[in-house]
Design a protein around this ligand. Structure first.
Ligand SMILES: Nc1ncnc2c1ncn2[C@@H]1O[C@H](COP(=O)(O)OP(=O)(O)O)[C@@H](O)[C@H]1O
Ligand code: SF4
Ligand SMILES: [Mg+2]
Length: 346
C-alpha cells in the first residue's frame, strides 16, 4: 500500500504497556516494585476515524493517551504514527526527534478552567502554539486566529478578552481552537466534556463533530461515559484494568455489547426509560492495578463469572456469531466468547 493510502492506519498501537514504580510508605519512600497500568494494548486508527476509549476512572485511559502523545514513555510496545509519507515509532523517538512531530499531535484537555493561562487574551492563547512552533506571525497569525475563533463560534470582539470572562463551554471551545489551529493529523480529547454541564456537553460535542468533518480529524476520544461517545465515535475500545476488553464499531457496542463489563457500563448510564436498562448494574469497586485479581480481572464483579474465569485470563478474540465478513471488526476478551472454553461449570 502506498503511504498515502487511506486504508493504511494513521496510528498503529502494538502491545503498548506502561508500568509505574510503587514507592514504600515509609519516610524514604524507596521503590518497592512496579504496577502495570496499561497492559498489552493493540489497536489501529485510520485517517478520519474517531476511536472512543471508554472505562471507569483508573482503567488506564489517560495513561494510554499520554503514552501515545509521548507525554509518557511507554514501558513496552510500539506506537506507529504515519507522518509525511513515512511511519515512525513514537515510543522510541528521542525528545529531539519528537519535537518537529509535536504540532501534528494535539491534546484537548479535560479541565477548561485550569488549562487556559488566565493572564493571556483569547487571541494570545489560541495563537501561541503557532508562535512557539514558528508556523505563523504578523498578519497571517492574526488571520488564522480570527478564522479559528469564528469556526468555534466565538465573536471577533471576544479576541481581546481573558479566560475568566467566559463560561466553561466557551473555555472548552477556546481549548479546542488552540489544539486545532495547529492543523494536527491526530487529536486526543481526554474527558474533554466531562467537566461541563450536560446541556453544554451536547453543544461542545456537536461542535467537535462538525470540526471533525470539516478538518477530517483523526481522533481518540477518551470518556468514562458510554453515552458521551455515542455520537462522535466510529469505533469504541472498552478498557478494564489496563486492558481492552471489547473493541468494535459504535453500532455494534450499542446494539450488541458482548462483554459483561460493557453491558454493565450501559446499565450504569441513567436513562429516562427504565425498561431500556440492561439486566444488571455495575457492582463493586474497580480493580486496583496494584493487586489485580487472578484470571479475568473483572471476575469479582461479574455476574456471569464461572470457574475458568478465576484462573485463566481471556484473550481478545473475534466475537462469535458475527456476520461473515465482519469477523475481526468486533473483538471481545471474555470466556463466554470462547467456543473452546467449557461452560458446564457455569
Ligand atoms: N504517575 C503515576 N504513578 C503511579 N500510578 C499512576 C500514575 N499515573 C496513573 N497512575 C495509576 O494508574 C491507574 C490508571 O490511571 P489513569 O490512566 O489516569 O486512568 P483513567 O484515565 O482511566 O482514570 C490508576 O490506578 C492511577 O492511580
Ligand atoms: S471472562 Fe468470565 S468473569 Fe470475565 S467477563 Fe467473561 S464471564 Fe465475566
Ligand atoms: Mg483519565
Amino acid at each position: 500500500m502506498s503511504p498515502g493510502d487511506a486504508q493504511e492506519p494513521l496510528l498503529s498501537v502494538r502491545h503498548l504497556s506502561k508500568h509505574f514504580p510503587v514507592r514504600s510508605r515509609g519516610f524514604l519512600q524507596k521503590a518497592a516494585g512496579t504496577i502495570c497500568v496499561v497492559n498489552d494494548l493493540s489497536f489501529d486508527l485510520h485517517p478520519g476515524e474517531t476511536l472512543g476509549l471508554v472505562g471507569e476512572s483508573g482503567s488506564g485511559k489517560t495513561t494510554v493517551a499520554r503514552c501515545i502523545l509521548r507525554a509518557l514513555t511507554p514501558t513496552a510496545g510500539e506506537v506507529w504514527f504515519r507522518t509525511n509519507g513515512r511511519r515512525v515509532d513514537l515510543a522510541r523517538l528521542s525528545d529531539r526527534a519528537l519535537k518537529p512531530l509535536r504540532p501534528a499531535m494535539q491534546l484537548i484537555f479535560q479541565d477548561p478552567y485550569s488549562s487556559l493561562n488566565p493572564r493571556m487574551t483569547v487571541s494570545q492563547i489560541v495563537g501561541e502554539p503557532l508562535i512557539i512552533h514558528q508556523l505563523a506571525k504578523g498578519a497571517e497569525l492574526d488571520d488564522r486566529v480570527a478564522d479559528m475563533l469564528l469556526k468555534i463560534g466565538l465573536k471577533p470582539e471576544h479576541r481581546t478578552r481573558y479566560p475568566h470572562a467566559f463560561s466553561g463551554g466557551q473555555r472548552q471551545r477556546i481549548g479546542i481552537a488552540r489544539a486545532l489551529i495547529m492543523r494536527p493529523s491526530l487529536v486526543v480529547a481526554d474527558e474533554a466534556v466531562s467537566a461541563l454541564d450536560v446541556s453544554v456537553q451536547a453543544q461542545v460535542l456537536n461542535l467537535l463533530k462538525d470540526l471533525q468533518e470539516e478538518f477530517k480529524l483523526t481522533c481518540i476520544f477518551v470518556a468514562h461515559n458510554l453515552d458521551v461517545i455515542r455520537h462522535v465515535c466510529d469505533r469504541v475500545a472498552v478498557m478494564y484494568a489496563g486492558r481492552i476488553v471489547e473493541l468494535g464499531t459504535t453500532a455494534a457496542l450499542f446494539k450488541d455489547p458482548r462483554h459483561p463489563y460493557t453491558r454493565a457500563l450501559h446499565s450504569a448510564v441513567p436513562r429516562p426509560d427504565p425498561d431500556q436498562r440492561m439486566n444488571f448494574e455495575i457492582i463493586g469497586e474497580a480493580a486496583d492495578p496494584g493487586s489485580l485479581p487472578s484470571g479475568c480481572a473483572f471476575h469479582p464483579r461479574c455476574p456471569q463469572c464461572f470457574a475458568p474465569c478465576q484462573q485463566h485470563r481471556p484473550e481478545l478474540k473475534p466475537a462469535i456469531g458475527e456476520a461473515a465478513g465482519q469477523t475481526g471488526d468486533h473483538l471481545v476478551a471474555c470466556h463466554l466468547n470462547d467456543e473452546a472454553c467449557p461452560k458446564e461449570t457455569q
